[in-house]
Design a protein around this ligand. Sequence first.
Ligand code: IMP
Length: 433
Amino acid sequence: MQRTKVDVILGIQWGDEGKGKIVDVLAPKYDIVARFQGGPNAGHTIKFDGKTHVLHTIPSGIFHEGKVNVIGNGVLIDACIIREEIEGLRQAGVEPRERMKISDKAHLILPTHRLLDAALEQKKGSKKIGSTVKGIGPAYTDKVARCGLRMGDISVPAFAEKYAALKEEHLRQLRNLDFDLDAARIDGKTLAEYEQDWMAGIAELRHFEVLPTEIYLNRALDQGKTVLAEGAQGSLLDVDFGSYPFVTSSSTVTAGVCVGLGIPPSSIGKVYGVFKAYCTRVGSGPFPTELHDATGEELRRKGHEFGATTGRPRRTGWLDLPSLKYTLMVNGITDLVVMKADVMDEFDTLKVAVSYRLDGKEMEYYPNTEQAEKVEACYVEMPGWRSPMSQARQYGDLPENFRKYLDFVSRETGGKISVVSVGPDREETIFKD
Ligand code: IMP
């Protein structure tokens, strides 16, 4: 039996590219779907049978019977949020206990991590990152500082003691930050109320299979099983390659699959890079092609560009090819997946950034954060396609000007377009070859 490789799906902009839909569409081809980084800062929206489902921690393959979903060691779990997701799935007729395995090495987001996130953002004032305030930064900080709590801890007798010690340390840090603990609310709840729900979540998680998922996954590959690794956020929010410090705290790039699931680099197969035909960003940080005009507003309105996790309006702008080339490079993208071009169906013309200019000079490389704040994007203008694409089911059905637009993106980036999404539903997806 030949060992199989892990295929990967990543967002290659600033997140919210529509990965959840693509994982859901591709899931039937795979035996296992695995999340490898991030936590409930993600919001993966999946639409089918006229219903919308939003997942935060649970892999997007959960709706498919017979598939195993894995929460890998690189993921962060908030017991309260995952419990709500589990209950939502049960209401939709899905029992996640039968379909999901969790790494014993995945770290927990404690209620006090969420307070620390809020306190640290507050302290930053005008330099705030625009975090989702789900406790991501503080929980990954504790992981790296070697004092975090992991899923494997929830079943040991000393769990309550370990929890209390870490909470006490967090409260000490919060007092040092002059944080008003009495006034603090987490999703509208006091710390004590949130903690109660969180503990109920821990009790629920004890019913799940918690195991060294790196061993499970590598054995599955040895047995010829197929695995799809599902990324969260996007490459431009990567802790190393994103516009630091306006990034998330995990490795959102292909290399993150290796450390977040325990997969050797030689076992990476296809890498699907998901991008929107325009750009969006939530939170602070540079955005060279950002639009502050009626076109930007139209993209936001037609594209429903409001955060699935926080409800915040997303910043919008034209497609940015220099940044796309960069993320293709760091990820080794083999297949491009284009999303939401239908949002621009009625545009007479549209623009695509092909380079940046800084101090009157063309830039040959991707800018660092300081430069990115100052660069001027240089555009080419293209004619719109002015016809709806949602009925198209084959590549040849797509409007001609849209196909020209895709050819241009492909030529400029050197990437191969493999999948085109023409609407939010599962059915509205075209595989090029
Ligand atoms: P954090 O990961 O919640 O701390 O947020 C850090 C930055 O990443 C902020 O700018 C967030 O808006 C952004 N971010 C985090 N998760 C997502 C996501 O799933 N989609 C889009 N942006 C995200």
